[in-house]
Each structure stands twice: as structure tokens, then as C-alpha cells.
Design a protein around this ligand. Structure first.
Ligand code: ZN
Length: 218
């Protein structure tokens, strides 16, 4: 298969990689329909994190299940699935408390690299969420956003106890920040302030209030 490999800061190549195979009976192999570059991929790209050896890239992904291990019960071949950036069992005490990225059996999907045609996903039953049917192509990018940035933004809003009657400030309006805004709204926050380093685009202005410009008027 073809897959993305980072060799050094600024040196990213699309190369032939071995097709993944089932290793643990809880694994699934998916054919990746869409994947993307996370902000955290840019840390090694810009040299903020060291690149010690060539590293497969990517941990945000959606795709179609090709094969599952013998202990996978819920996920089946042919399903369209959205996966998380941490593989988790969804059964341990920490998962049940809602902190799947701290699962006692967690595996970092970034070490597998989903910027590729195929990917092996550990703990498939806990990590992958199947859609009811095959989504139309134009919905796939939105589902891809649920692979990392939506969950991260939602977690931030829940951790901040966003809810009815609350005023919420979101510091930073990147993908995670904007989804934290949507999450806070969904959770019922009364007023949401997005803080940015630049002017919001015109289409965002009716919904996203810029604190800098409201300070004088209260
Ligand atoms: Zn767990």
C-alpha cells in the first residue's frame, strides 16, 4: 500500500509500506476513505518535536472495515467506521468514566499511521463507531472531524462544565476550538466567547463573538 512517512522535519514522503495484517484478535483492518493532517502532526514537521526515525503519520481516519480478528464482536467487514486517535477497550473503569484516551489498554493510533490506504486498528470494538449505513461522499469530511477534533473539543467543553446558564470562553479558534464552541452550544451554554489571533471570517460573525471587540461595550 501507499502511506505517508515523515523522515525529518519538513521531509514527508508518500512511500510503499507493508499492508497491515491482523496481529491481535481484537484488531480490525480498514480501508481508509479519508484521513487528514492534525495540528499535532505539525509539531514534528516544524521540528518542535524530534523525529528520531522515519515515522508513519496520521491518526484521524474514517474508512470501511475489510477484516476483523476472531474476538471482534460488534464491528464487521463492510461497515463504514469512524475511529478515535487513541485505541481504547471501552470497557475498563477509566473508559466507563468517559476518559477513553486514558484507557488502561490504550494504543496510540499515530504510531500506526492512518495516512495510508489501509490501517490496522487495535481494540476495534472499543475504538471504532460504525455509521448506520454507508454515508454519502459529501458527508465524509464531517465524519472525519469526529475522529479527533470533535471529541477533543467536546471533552474540553464537558471538562469546563459548559451548560445552561454558563458563559464559556474558548481560547484559540482552530479546529478543536471551533468544535469546543459547537460543543458548548450543544451543552446549552448561554454565551460563548471565542478568542482568536485574527478576525473571524464574515460567515462566523453572527455566531462567534469576538471578545476584543466587545470589551468596551460590555
Ligand atoms: Zn478502557
Amino acid at each position: 500500500m501507499r502511506g505517508v512517512v515523515m523522515h525529518a522535519p519538513g521531509d514527508v514522503r508518500v512511500e510503499d509500506r507493508d499492508d497491515p495484517t491482523i496481529i491481535a484478535p481484537t484488531d480490525a483492518i480498514i480501508r481508509v476513505s479519508a484521513t487528514c493532517i492534525c495540528g499535532s502532526d505539525l509539531w514534528p514537521y516544524h521540528g518542535i518535536e524530534h523525529v528520531h526515525e522515519p515515522a508513519a503519520m496520521g491518526h484521524e481516519y474514517v474508512g470501511i472495515v475489510e477484516e476483523v480478528g476472531s474476538e471482534v464482536k460488534k464491528i464487521t467487514p463492510g461497515q463504514f467506521v469512524v475511529g478515535s486517535f487513541f485505541a481504547s477497550d471501552n470497557t475498563c473503569e477509566i473508559c466507563q468514566a468517559g476518559y477513553h484516551s486514558s484507557c488502561i489498554n490504550r494504543k496510540l493510533v499515530g504510531s500506526i499511521g492512518t495516512q495510508a490506504q489501509l490501517a490496522r486498528i487495535p481494540l476495534a470494538d472499543g475504538t471504532l463507531v460504525a455509521t448506520p449505513e454507508l454515508p454519502p461522499a459529501d458527508l465524509i469530511p464531517s465524519l472525519l472531524a469526529a475522529s479527533d477534533v470533535l471529541g477533543t473539543g467536546w471533552f474540553g467543553a464537558v471538562a469546563a462544565e459548559a451548560g445552561p446558564g454558563k458563559m464559556v470562553a474558548v481560547v484559540g479558534d482552530g479546529a478543536v476550538g471551533l468544535l469546543a464552541v459547537l460543543a458548548a452550544k450543544q451543552l446549552g451554554a448561554q454565551r460563548i466567547i471565542a478568542m482568536s489571533r485574527h478576525e473571524p471570517p464574515p460567515e462566523a460573525r453572527p455566531r462567534v463573538r469576538c471578545h476584543r471587540h466587545r470589551r468596551r461595550t460590555g
